[in-house]
Design a protein around this ligand. Sequence first.
Ligand code: PHE
Length: 449
Amino acid sequence: MEKQRENFGSKFGVIAAAAGSAVGLGNIYRFPCEAGENGGGAFLIVYLLIIVFLGIPLMLSEFIIGRRSHRNTVGAFKTLAPKTAWPIVGFVGVISSFLILAFYSTIAGWTLECIYKSLINFYHGKNISEIEQGMTNFNNSFRPFIWQTLFIILTAFIVLKGIEKGIEKYAKVLMPMLFVILIILCVKSLTLPNATEGLKFFFKPDFSKITPEVCISALGQAFFSLSVGMGVQITYGSYINKKDNLLTSSTSVVMTDTLVAILAGITIFPAAFSMGISPKAGAGLAFNTLPLIFNQMAGGYIFCLIFFILLAIAALTSTISLLEASVAYFVEEHSIKRKKATIWCAIGALIVGLFATLSLQDNSNIVIGNMSFFNILDNLTANILMPVGGLLITIFIGWQLKKTAFIDELTNQGTTKIALKNIIFFIIKYIAPLAIVTIIVGRLVFNIK
Ligand code: PHE
């Protein structure tokens, strides 16, 4: 007998929770890093193409798999394709979510440090090198471990409270607030001297810079940012109400996520160019540039504080979804109590995560080749596991689940009219897998050193 499962209370709740998973450090920290390192405008154009042709279809596919099966990532494949090897895809997704939680919580911890620094007015009157030095000192101390631990405890606390009372309640109020403050920041950044240079870098594509490397980075970033290709959205999809329109829900989530990333770009690049920070500054782009903008604003102290609080919350709604994916798996597939599953998954992620944090310190020897353990986890998940996961999910919909089941779920058993249903299916069945394979193979063929 199927156990009574929770559902999201409202349609807005679904979108807010799925968008809460999508919007996070990936948009405000990772997106500018990737765009900065991969040629700005060239990256943006590839990114946007991937969002439209792969992001929306994949988000929709995951919602369909989740809602049709009403199960966690692994259980979903077991239900829809019994006695096949498909559940392995779900299992790899659970492993990805666990690994992402581990290294993501490192950066999430940084947001708490920034809240603390804003609170004690550390940034006031400081120039860029002083702010950078502050970040380096922090990174080499024991504080990142404390913040990271605290962040994981907070995440576990909310996951313990369950779906509607925990996740949905928080996401609904906080996501719109983040959006508003980002727009205020954006406007301020655009008025800084030399802002247009930053805009040019971000929006003007230099087509000669589109390389296989840029394409795989854009693909990885898109999947990472949307939280697709590893089952988080399958898990959330399983909580969606039977009557909701999955196409509009998935499109809204993708558009919200993309808008936030673009707003982050419009905020960060003009400010970076205006203050002489290289677009390749990596982590410093978000964590050091933004306080500088606040320094120049009236009411900067309070805006800076609110911004980092909201960023921490955006990260929290993402870590919640990452933990929820693993917890739902253990609860439903292994009949482990929710509390026990949450605590053990959190402890596991924290242990791996502490090594990721340690690997970022100066003179750390947790490196393989010349990559830190943190970067290995990041690359392994975003550039390998998620693209391959996404590929398999589209193949699953197109070739295993079959068109009738897809259309049936998409149209809510024929009760909702979806004009483009055949084209969408065609994209999922043929275009999306081909495009993902081309990008992965292109990168392998052209970049073997
Ligand atoms: N999408 C989140 C972000 O942009 C990160 C994330 C990845 C969350 C994968 C869940 C799953 O911050």
